[in-house]
Design a protein around this ligand. Structure first.
Ligand code: SF4
Length: 130
């Protein structure tokens, strides 16, 4: 199965704890994270608009946009830049994991994610720097 994910969701996935906006969102996100966990050769196309995770999110307003598009798009842009990824390119999840390990520092993580509503819970930091 090939996935399409917006760039900052590569980071969200690492700290995912089964929590989300509603049951439909959680079921979908759990399915996606399990797909990746079970096969690190899963291919992922990186984008910066609504993706497979957004597809079941109550904040998805259609036409490729999130209700908080300006904010989340900035997370995508920063993730792409700081992890030196290419938008619209397809990577294996293994390549993504290696990239996160090699390129993401605590400073970069805080710069990208500090304004996200999930940042304060610490799940992401724990998952990314375990
Ligand atoms: S909040 Fe926005 S970016 Fe995040 S999953 Fe929902 S629609 Fe996608």
């Amino acid at each position: 199965m090939n996935l399409i994910l917006r760039a900052h969701h590569l980071l969200c996935i690492q700290g995912y704890q089964g929590k989300g906006y509603n049951d439909e969102f959680v079921n979908n996100m759990t399915k996606i994270t399990n797909t990746l966990k079970n096969n690190i050769n899963t291919k992922i196309k990186i984008i910066s608009k609504t993706d497979f995770i957004c597809s079941k999110c109550p904040n998805n307003i259609g036409n490729g946009l999130c209700k908080s598009e300006i904010k989340v798009n900035s997370l995508d842009t920063k993730t792409i830049k700081l992890l030196e990824l290419k938008e619209n390119k397809t990577y294996t999840y293994k390549e993504i994991l290696n990239t996160i390990k090699e390129k993401l520092t605590l400073e970069k993580f805080e710069y990208i994610c500090k304004n996200c509503e999930w940042f304060k819970y610490g799940y992401c930091k724990k998952g990314l720097f375990k």
